[in-house]
Design a protein around this ligand. Structure first.
Ligand code: CA
Length: 228
């Protein structure tokens, strides 16, 4: 998750509360302002991860704030979701032209808001993926985001080819992958590779896997599978 706050600029307390509850439940830090002036003071010192910006504010117009942000030296790229009341279609178009990244018309579901916030953060590379891990037999762990393999908690060094083979086999435990399938996964259509190279890589992989080598099984005449 991210440390920088999602900032809500909205003058209706009920809506602020609802948005805050749902965004916090989704794991975000949230800061809110009922007007534009407070918000502009805030961003002098703190960089928001994303701004949910109401169009109609009591002091400064939401569009003005949007423009100010877009001209800002360091905050020009901060994602903005513009929020408007119903029947402000013209303003919607304007808002997008002035540089809002997304737009939502009130009333909207808080879940929809959370989904859009996440999508926008992801698009801006601000939301890191949850670590993806595969466990094998309670002793072997593949960390697919870090490309690390641990055996009973100790790191083991695999070549990228060995890692890919292990990743492929463990992606569908119990499935038999033919040598052809494995080769295709590793090298696409490169014809120069003969299918015995798979056996060589698997042999090296097994040697490194120690006790966990038992999970990789050779299916005679076909290929390999990983089974716990
Ligand atoms: Ca308003």
């Amino acid at each position: 998750m991210i440390k920088k706050p999602i900032v809500i600029v909205e003058d209706e307390p009920d809506i602020v509360e609802l948005m805050t509850i749902h965004l916090e439940k989704a794991g975000f830090a949230v800061k809110s302002f009922s007007g534009g002036a407070g918000f502009l003071r805030f961003i002098e010192k703190t960089e928001p991860a994303l701004v949910v910006l109401d169009l109609m504010l009591p002091d400064i117009d939401g569009l003005e704030i949007c423009k100010t942000l877009r001209r800002h030296e360091t905050l020009a790229a901060v994602p903005i979701i513009m929020v408007t009341a119903k029947g402000e279609e013209m303003d919607k178009v304007l808002g997008l032209e002035l540089g809002a990244d997304d737009y939502m018309a009130k009333p909207f579901s808080p879940k929809e808001l959370v989904a859009r916030v996440k999508a926008l953060l992801r698009r801006h590379g601000l939301l890191t993926q949850e670590p993806r891990k595969i466990e094998i037999g309670g002793m072997l762990t593949l960390d697919l985001t870090k490309y690390e393999v641990t055996l009973n908690g100790s790191r083991i060094e695999l070549t990228s080819t060995e890692f890919k083979i292990l990743e492929l086999l463990s992606s569908k435990k119990g499935w038999v992958f033919s040598r052809d399938k494995i080769l295709n996964y590793l090298w696409g259509d490169e014809k120069s590779v003969v299918d015995r190279t798979v056996d060589v890589h698997i042999r090296h992989l097994r040697e490194k896997l120690g006790d966990a080598a038992q999970y990789i099984k050779n299916i005679r005449g076909v290929g390999y599978k990983l089974e716990e």
